[in-house]
Design a protein around this ligand. Structure first.
Ligand SMILES: [Zn+2]
Length: 109
């Protein structure tokens, strides 16, 4: 395999791959802690690559809500520019998110 000598010689797909790889490497060095929030109950959790997936029951805090707690729903937590950010996934966690080490959900910078 011929490796390019310079970043500018990489095509978009190769750059994308390198970015994802760096993300996963960085994330592995410093695993995310359990993220607990008021009005949320974490009922399940999976950590893959740079992503922490939490299955959470949510209390919306609205008066007269008879559906509380809501969910549970999956949320992905990961670091972006040093900050922990979250992304709503939904009621199901697609297995592809987990098997690729979280790279399908990590932002490409
Ligand atoms: Zn509610």
């Amino acid at each position: 395999m011929d490796l390019p000598n310079h970043w500018s010689e990489l095509d978009t797909e190769q750059k994308d791959l390198v970015n994802r790889y760096i993300w996963v490497l960085l994330a592995h060095q410093d695993p995310l802690p359990l993220i607990e929030k008021p009005n949320r109950e974490v009922v399940d959790r999976r950590i893959e690559g740079g992503v922490s997936y939490q299955f959470e029951r949510v209390k919306c805090g609205k008066k007269n809500c008879h559906k509380c707690p809501h969910g549970p729903y999956w949320y992905a937590y990961f670091r972006k520019n040093g900050k922990v950010v979250s992304k709503y996934i939904g009621k199901d966690l697609p297995s592809s998110y987990v098997t690729d080490g979280g790279s399908s959900i990590l932002p490409v910078t």
